[in-house]
Design a protein around this ligand. Structure first.
Ligand code: ZN
Ligand code: ZN
Length: 639
């Protein structure tokens, strides 16, 4: 039972309160303090997610009203992790923190599996330290400053500094209070650019909001659903949720910059197909480090608060109600439609809205609506409805209006009027000139009703998907990949096929004077693309001029005219690989592969998978050792 307990300072972490308790208790040994606090002297002084907290609360019961959950939410890093953990796992972590055995806490949060490096020392903000000393006469450890991802003080905008107290200490059973001795203020060094500092400050503000708002934990799907809705809204994904990875990655990189992402160990790049950014927005079973969620959230929204408080749903046609486009009724162009069903075009994956009005008209159009004109656009009318048909009858048979005038009043084209007068067997009083235009009604009907058959939709879809998958492939290559589809489309849908196939590649001019500077640029682009493709290939292949040249069908040019193309030459020199270079890349690839398959990384496995010969050079041997040494924590970018 404790006789006193220090009142916590704003944003003070439990570790710090306990350290101040130790000082005030006058205990000579930290073990006595541990026994007083926890009834056990084996407790480890943990900064982020301490355990034995139920015992602590019991010892506090006569001097405070703390509930153990309060303590956990307000004075530990639990809320930082719990928000992004599935509820069941979050509550397991909470239970471990309450219990006297907390050994599995860090495993449960996934921190252990994370490739994100933990900070090594307790941190402080020199300005906060100064202010605390003035205000309270003593310094203390801020909870926010110990939170991963907080590298800049959100209040003062200065870089946090390392104290001399390690997170996992020299004496694991002692609490060290913050002091001027262990928080030596180095002359403030600006280690980040202004731009980076600004971004890191925003990140710190988000984290501050996150840990002070008692958010409850959610299933991973909750986040993924929101991410996808936002990606669609920002045009990083199709309406069906297919993510444009290159666009996403480019914009993400541009938004944060390399310095920020490296500072928080969350760099993304093209070469790594196991990119955490792509994984986190996809349906995934594993959880991700809070920092990575926070990076995505800030990228997609204006603030974390907005993210948690807004229900994002992709609304390609905006909020209801929607306009009735039936010119035959009084509520024409009035927002009276409340019944909208959104599906997706099979062809182009765009959203397809079907609007059903109380007047009986049902029309649809593809979205999204981007302008006010879009909101008045009809893609296709499915049903005109009784009122429209009555109006048509009235205009044609009673008012005896001409074809064009009828069409004008109903805001449809003449064909539609003709078609429906035929269907409804109306008696027309059209002028003979108009009658001459009247082709056989049955023919009009047929052509209108000749909708794309299911087969057509299916084959078109296959053909489009193929082109998306192989953007570089020629028509001939695609034909080879999907013969049946090609033949069907060629026979039944030739015009569409021609319009929707890669155009013939225009060969480089062979005669006349060559503009080498221009050609250099063109070839460089092709070479770069080829290298990217080679680097992302399933099985690594050595990057050589020969291989690149063959893959873009310009081998002769590269072999004979490299001297005339200095840009391409320099680039090629920088990317082509010696046998050694290639062996080293294979080593890295093999380790990634093994990791992906959940295999243990062992020397012999890597050697075999990377197909290394015996008697590799010293450089390759050294690279192998160093890659193996890095295991298992650094290779795995996601967790
Ligand atoms: Zn500060
Ligand atoms: Zn209507």
């Amino acid at each position: 039972m404790l006789g006193f307990f220090p009142a916590p300072y704003p944003d003070e972490i439990l570790y710090s309160i306990l350290a101040r308790y130790h000082i005030r208790s006058g205990n000579t040994s930290p073990k006595i303090t541990l026994r007083e606090l926890f009834n056990s002297q084996d407790v480890i002084a943990t900064v982020d997610l301490p355990s034995n907290l139920k015992s602590l609360i019991e010892n506090l019961q006569f001097i405070s009203n703390y509930q153990v959950e309060d303590l956990i939410y307000k004075y530990t890093l639990y809320p930082f992790y719990s928000v992004f953990l599935p509820p069941k796992r979050a509550s397991q972590v909470m239970e471990s923190m309450k219990a006297d055995f907390g050994g599995d806490i860090h495993t449960r949060t996934g921190i252990m599996a994370s490739s994100l490096k933990m900070q090594r020392y307790l941190r402080f903000c020199p300005k906060c330290l100064e202010e605390d000393l003035q205000k309270y006469g003593e310094s203390y450890w801020h909870r926010l400053h110990q939170t991963p991802g907080v590298l800049v003080c959100p209040v003062h905008g200065v870089t946090l500094q390392d104290s001399t107290i390690p997170m996992q200490g020299f004496n694991r059973h002692e609490y060290y209070a913050a002091s001027l001795e262990n928080c030596p203020v180095v002359a403030i060094q600006q280690t980040y650019s202004q731009e980076t500092l600004k971004k890191l400050r925003l990140l710190a503000q988000d984290i501050s909001w996150l840990i002070t708002n008692n958010l409850f934990s959610r299933e991973l799907e909750w986040f993924q659903r929101k991410y996808i809705a936002l990606l669609i809204e920002k045009d990083f994904a199709t309406a069906t949720g297919r993510v444009n990875q290159k666009r996403l990655l480019d914009n993400f990189l541009f938004f944060y910059g390399v310095e920020v992402l490296e500072a928080v160990n969350s760099m993304v790049n093209y070469e790594n197909e196991q990119n955490w950014l792509f994984s986190i927005v996809r349906k995934h079973r594993k959880s991700f480090h809070p920092i990575r969620h926070l990076l995505v959230i800030r990228f997609l929204t204006n603030s974390i608060e907005e993210f948690f408080n807004t229900d994002y749903q992709y609304k390609p046609f905006g909020e209801g109600s929607w306009l009735c486009l039936n010119a035959a009724v009084d509520h024409y162009l009035k927002p009276v439609i409340t019944n909208l069903v959104v599906t997706h075009c099979l062809d182009n994956k765009k959203p397809l809205g079907t609007f059903s009005c109380s007047c009986g008209m049902v029309y649809c159009r593809t979205g999204p609506d981007e302008t006010d004109e879009d909101k008045q656009r009809i893609g296709k009318v499915k049903t005109y409805g009784k009122f429209w048909e009555q109006k048509l009858k009235e205009l044609v048979e009673i008012q005896k209006l001409g074809l064009r005038e009828t069409a004008r009043q109903l805001k449809v084209d003449s064909r539609t009027v003709k078609r429906y007068t035929a269907i409804l067997k109306l008696k027309t009083f059209w002028k003979s000139s108009e009658k001459n235009q009247l082709v056989d009604s049955q023919e009009v009907l047929d052509s209108n009703l000749n909708l794309a058959s299911d087969d057509k939709i299916k084959y078109r879809e296959v053909w489009n998907a193929l082109q998306q998958q192989y953007p570089e492939a020629s028509k001939t290559t695609l034909r080879g990949l999907a013969k049946g589809t090609y033949i069907w489309l060629y026979r039944n849908d030739k015009e569409w096929l021609n319009k929707n196939s890669p155009s013939l590649k225009v060969p480089l001019p062979c005669v006349g004077k060559v503009d080498w500077a221009e050609r250099d640029k063109q070839v460089l682009e092709k070479v770069k693309t080829a290298v990217r493709t080679l680097l992302s290939a399933e099985k690594p292949a050595r990057i050589t001029i020969c291989r690149i040249g063959k893959s873009i069908s310009l081998l002769a040019l590269l072999e004979k005219h490299l001297a005339e193309m200095p840009l391409t030459k320099v680039y090629l020199e920088s990317v082509t690989e010696t046998v050694e270079d290639f062996q080293i890349r294979r080593i890295k690839w093999a380790i990634r592969r093994l990791n992906d398959c959940g295999e243990e990384i062992q020397h012999w496995k890597v050697v075999r998978l990377a197909a290394l010969r015996e008697n590799c050079s010293e450089r390759v041997q050294a690279a192998l050792e160093s890659e193996l040494y890095k295991q298992p924590n650094e290779i795995n970018n996601t967790f």
